[in-house]
Design a protein around this ligand. Structure first.
Ligand code: ARG
Length: 597
């Protein structure tokens, strides 16, 4: 469906042309004076220069034509030369009915030429616990992926595990110390390795920090871990088998954790999967004359004329021949181009990795790893801070693990739900339902709390604010949806059918209703914009505005006691549409609403 603003612009443009002015002046925007009008066109101000006359003369002429256009209930020319517009109520209602009949899409067109887009997010490091730094990547990436999917693109989420670094050597070293008898350490062994991993996830989670701690004080231990890492990377059989065990045990655990966050990945590839692509990639970079030796290392220059600050060369191999984070990311791109030939690859990490991605992207373009038109995008997010403005920590000052954070918010939510029960004892939900509901609201609190901020900004993780049922929060949005569901259920319980209320929306009966309708009509434009700018926060801002508009309408209108049957049907149709828009929106943000709360 065409966006309402485009339909309006079309009409206004026609009027400009009819009056003899250029079509470029007919662009309409949302009003920045909602007290005066709903839409505005400032084209006459600019046109005045070209046609050398007072802007008001132009706006006046155009307004006279628009006065006869049924789409508008008001088209006013005001000094010095603005056009103030209000939409006709019946026209707006019919636009909403069209939205409602466009089932599942509500006026949002599917991309005509779907793109293949890889979203690289999550990025957990195997065997290290997930911490809140990984939370943002998971939440934002999932949102971006879902928005793209809804827009009709082929979105492929890749978790891109950190499974190739020193942490692997550390675990192997520590394991060797504890269980030297394991067959994985016997270099002469040629048989098959056991299927079962020689450790559980809890052991693994204890081994890594222990090993990491030791390596910081014990030089020989660190040497051993580096050597083990190197041997693993060179392909020592027993170590490769251990790596496979470490991966399998960690991935099972990671999947459980991501599931709690309503986050899932199409691909579970890791840094280790890119390694086989390195030798050929390096050889080609050398043969093509892009890579050269500098201070022993192999590098590719990536600076450009227009740079205002120094962009150092991209290091491909260190002087000892070892590969680096950038090598892995480049080789991963080689693999991705081979496997999926994507139109775009979007990376979601902490913004402190900006230089790294800038170098990798330039190097990939320059050396022809990707096509010139392949879009490479880095979305760098800010830090999640505690109320003290410092990076989020546990009460005792340690790094906050993701599970604990989720648990803490869940407990808080459950407490609130149970407290509500005592006062409104007619609710009387079972403990099971209370728990399931608390999970849903907790997730909304965390995700909305994060996504409602522009990703690049630091933000304060304030549990009290995020879990509040009032204000710009996830729970407030859910509360609004639940309120609508409850009215719809009551309506149905009187024996009336919701299906009969589809596409029955009438011209607004009051101001609040019109506000709600105007807000609903913007849905397709908002989704399009959120997709184009990879900006889930735009959807958050929209559903907050929509929820406010709905609640304004709800408080000022008798819905269930409305005596005129058609008016009531129209209200119910509008509620149903509001519910759908809100539910599709939170679906894109990666959370859902309970039946009641
Ligand atoms: N594992 C990395 C980290 O914890 C994030 C990986 C991001 N993705 C990438 N392709 N580099 O910082």
């Amino acid at each position: 469906m065409k966006k309402l603003l485009d339909l309006i612009s079309e009409e206004v443009t026609k009027a400009f042309v009819e009056c003899g002015y250029d079509e470029k002046y007919g662009k309409v925007t949302l009003s920045n004076r909602p007290d005066l009008c709903e839409y505005q066109c400032n084209g006459a101000m600019a046109a005045a220069k070209e046609y050398k006359c007072a802007p008001f003369m132009i706006s006046d002429k155009v307004a006279k034509i628009l006065a006869d256009v049924p789409m508008f209930s008001m088209a006013e020319s005001v000094k010095p030369g603005f056009l103030n517009l209000k939409l006709d109520d019946a026209y707006l209602a019919s636009y909403l009915n069209d939205m409602q009949s466009d089932e599942g899409r509500l006026g949002c067109d599917k991309a005509k030429n779907p793109k293949t887009i890889i979203v690289d997010y999550g990025g957990p490091n195997v065997a290290k616990p997930l911490h809140v730094g990984h939370l943002r990547s998971a939440i934002i990436g999932e949102g971006i992926k879902r928005i793209g999917k809804f827009a009709g693109h082929n979105m492929i989420g890749d978790v891109h595990l950190g499974d190739w670094g020193l942490q692997m050597g550390l675990i192997i070293t520590e394991l060797k110390l504890r269980k030297p008898e394991l067959v994985y350490f016997d270099e002469a062994y040629e048989g098959e390795y056991p299927k079962e991993a020689p450790f559980t996830i809890s052991e693994l989670e204890e081994i890594y920090p222990a090993a990491s701690g030791k390596s910081k004080t014990d030089e020989a231990y660190k040497e051993a871990a580096l050597a083990a890492t190197n041997e693993l990377q060179q392909g020592r059989r027993g170590y490769r088998a251990l790596l496979a065990h470490i991966l399998e045990v960690s991935v099972t655990d990671l999947k459980k954790n991501y599931e709690k966050l309503n986050v899932s990945f199409e691909l579970w590839k890791g840094e280790s999967d890119a390694q086989p692509y390195i030798p050929d990639m390096v050889a080609k970079m050398k043969a093509d004359g892009f890579a050269y030796e500098s201070e022993g290392a192999l590098v590719v220059d990536v600076k450009e004329e227009s740079d205002t600050k120094e962009i150092p060369p991209c290091i491909i191999l260190k002087s000892d021949g070892a590969s680096l984070y950038s090598t892995t990311d480049l080789a991963t791109l080689v693999m991705r181009m081979e496997d999926y030939n994507p139109d775009a690859v979007i990376y979601i990490t902490d913004k402190r990795q900006e230089l790294h991605f800038n170098q990798v992207f330039r190097c990939a373009k320059k050396t022809g790893i990707v096509r010139p038109e392949t879009e490479l995008v880095h979305i760098g997010f800010g830090t999640m801070n505690g109320k003290d403005g410092k990076p989020f920590k546990t009460r005792d000052g340690g790094v906050m693990r993701l599970e604990y954070l989720i648990e803490e918010i869940y407990e808080e939510m459950l407490k609130k739900i149970l407290e509500n029960q005592k006062t409104k004892d007619n609710l009387d939900i079972s403990m099971e339902e209370a728990q399931a509901t608390a999970r849903k609201i907790a997730l909304a609190a965390i995700k909305y709390g994060d996504l409602s901020n522009q990703a690049s900004k630091d933000y304060i993780f304030d549990i009290d604010r995020f879990t509040s049922f009032e204000g710009n929060t996830g729970p407030y949005i859910l509360y609004t949806i639940v309120r609508i569901k409850s009215i719809l259920a009551k309506y149905e319980s009187t024996g009336k059918s919701l299906a009969d209320c589809r596409c029955t929306i009438e011209a607004a009966h009051n101001e609040h209703e019109k506000d709600l309708m105007l807000s609903l009509s913007r849905f397709n434009a908002v989704v399009e914009n959120a997709y184009e700018e990879n900006a889930p926060h735009k959807i958050c801002a929209y559903i907050y505005e929509l929820s406010n508009a709905f609640n304004g309408f709800y408080h000022g209108t008798k819905i269930l006691s409305e005596s005129d049957e058609n008016v009531q049907k129209s209200y119910i149709g509008l509620l149903e549409l509001t519910r759908s828009v809100l539910e599709i929106s939170i679906g894109m943000l990666g959370f859902e609403a309970p039946e009641r709360m």
